[in-house]
Design a protein around this ligand. Sequence first.
Ligand SMILES: Cc1cc2nc3c(=O)[nH]c(=O)nc-3n(C[C@H](O)[C@H](O)[C@H](O)COP(=O)(O)OP(=O)(O)OC[C@H]3O[C@@H](n4cnc5c(N)ncnc54)[C@H](O)[C@@H]3O)c2cc1C
Length: 376
Amino acid sequence: MGNSFDVAIIGGGINGSAIAYQLSKMGRKVIIIEKDQLACQASSAAAGMLAAQAEIEQDGPLFQLALKSQAMFSSLSSELFEYTGIDIEHVHKGMLKIAETEEMALKVKQQVTFQRKWDPTISWLDAKEIREMETSLSPSVFGGMYLPNDGHVQPEKLTQAFAKAAVNFGAEIRENTEVLSFIYEKGQITGIKTTNGVIHCEQVVVATGAWAAKLMRESGLDLRVYPVKGECFSIRTEKPLINTTIFSDKRCYLVPKRNGEIYIGATMIENTFDKKVTPGGIATIIERATQLVPQIKEAAWERVWSGIRPQTGDGLPYIGEHPRLKGLFVAAGHFRNGILLSPITGKLVADLLAGRQLDEGLLSAFHLERHKVTVS
Ligand SMILES: Cc1cc2nc3c(=O)[nH]c(=O)nc-3n(C[C@H](O)[C@H](O)[C@H](O)COP(=O)(O)OP(=O)(O)OC[C@H]3O[C@@H](n4cnc5c(N)ncnc54)[C@H](O)[C@@H]3O)c2cc1C
């Protein structure tokens, strides 16, 4: 086990694994260093929705990045299956963004008009049409936006597939190893200190999700990344209850997975790394979900879980190089969209490290000093 690499990636979540995959495919010598186990945090807690149009309501750098990433999933799914034999369970059965009140209906209809500029297959369904499509929706539903091209994946499998493909291209993964600090000489990264010794490398990528601010403070940069806990539960029914993903304006979603489970989430609890799942949190989502699909009350209970989303305040991830330390890069803070954004994050960060020309301005909105607070 050598200790010299071209690139050390800190964090074995979906973003670290996606970056490792792209870099090792380019022939770079890469190591992923993970404090615990691969995909043990947000990247296994996510519902796996690829909800660019339902989550992001206005045009801008994040929306454009999300659309580009969403478009990568079909080919990525076959590519990763070919390299690893792992099926990332890409389901392509569409999404319904529900309007539960007349007021919400007005807002969702405006969104339909806006979204049709990018995807003319998106349409508004009234109360009758929407219940013809999903017969178990509550009669109280007003209507909703139908996104036939939307889909979802199994996020833990996608993370494992990225990581396994990276290993097949020569990457190494070191679990149960925490990165403590950076080593640099004359403003250039030369390595990192970990709980299992020093690793020498030319470039470092911090992909530590909600934990990015703590590590980056070591480098004199104050990133505004903070945790937002999300609690979820899942159920099973004898016959499929829904076919499409049901999404209600950030209050609640139901995602019918390929294995027959329906994932239902999620709470939004700010500023805690404590992953305990509370009866109060789950009760809130049950109440919201039964307002949308009353029959879930009769379903078989499956499990509960939680995860920590990396929020940045403006909802944009940090993707870029440290302004004063050459060779130190960050890809963190993907908040509610880290699964959706993982293919493009992997590709852009790998291109950035390789010094390849990127689209003019593509990453400028995500730069590391946009909040302009530095510490010494
Ligand atoms: C309930 C819930 C539902 C979600 N649903 C969706 C969804 O439907 N669609 C979507 O696109 N996104 C969703 N998300 C968001 C998505 O899960 C995250 O944005 C994404 O997983 C972040 O991935 P990451 O690799 O950046 O971070 P993480 O998965 O959190 O990985 C970071 C890793 O870094 C490791 N680490 C931290 N510090 C160190 C250190 N010092 N040394 C070594 N390792 C370290 C951690 O152990 C961890 O494994 C959801 C999130 C939650 C919680």
